[in-house]
Design a protein around this ligand. Sequence first.
Ligand SMILES: [Zn+2]
Length: 139
Amino acid sequence: MTTAAQTQPKPVPEPDESSQEFFDGAKRGELMLSQCNECKAWLHPAAPVCTECMGNDLGWAKASGRGTVFTFGVMHQFYHPGFTHELPYNVAIVELEEGPRLNSNLVNIANEEIKVGMPVKATFVDQGGGVFIPKFEPA
Ligand SMILES: [Zn+2]
């Protein structure tokens, strides 16, 4: 028997005006973040004005892709049918070397081996439809 849960694909992010640089960078294998040209604060998610100095001269810059696991959880229940075949999967918040925290997944590691504070680095995963997203693996 085929059910909707088995056939529905995972949702793929749709880049918009405020996230296009982030997704273009991911496709090139670069972690791009918004950065204030005035005070150099890193801004994630991208904002229309700098959250540090309220300046509006904002640009994009390549982040190192390095960070540490700030916290994580392991999902044992699916909240979208497209994730059924991936259970149990992890969801992590990675604190980047530059400061911002990114919601992501950890790959190339068993869920049981994930530790808060462990060093990780970005790796870019094809989500289909030409969209790549940064995930993180042990550094
Ligand atoms: Zn600023």
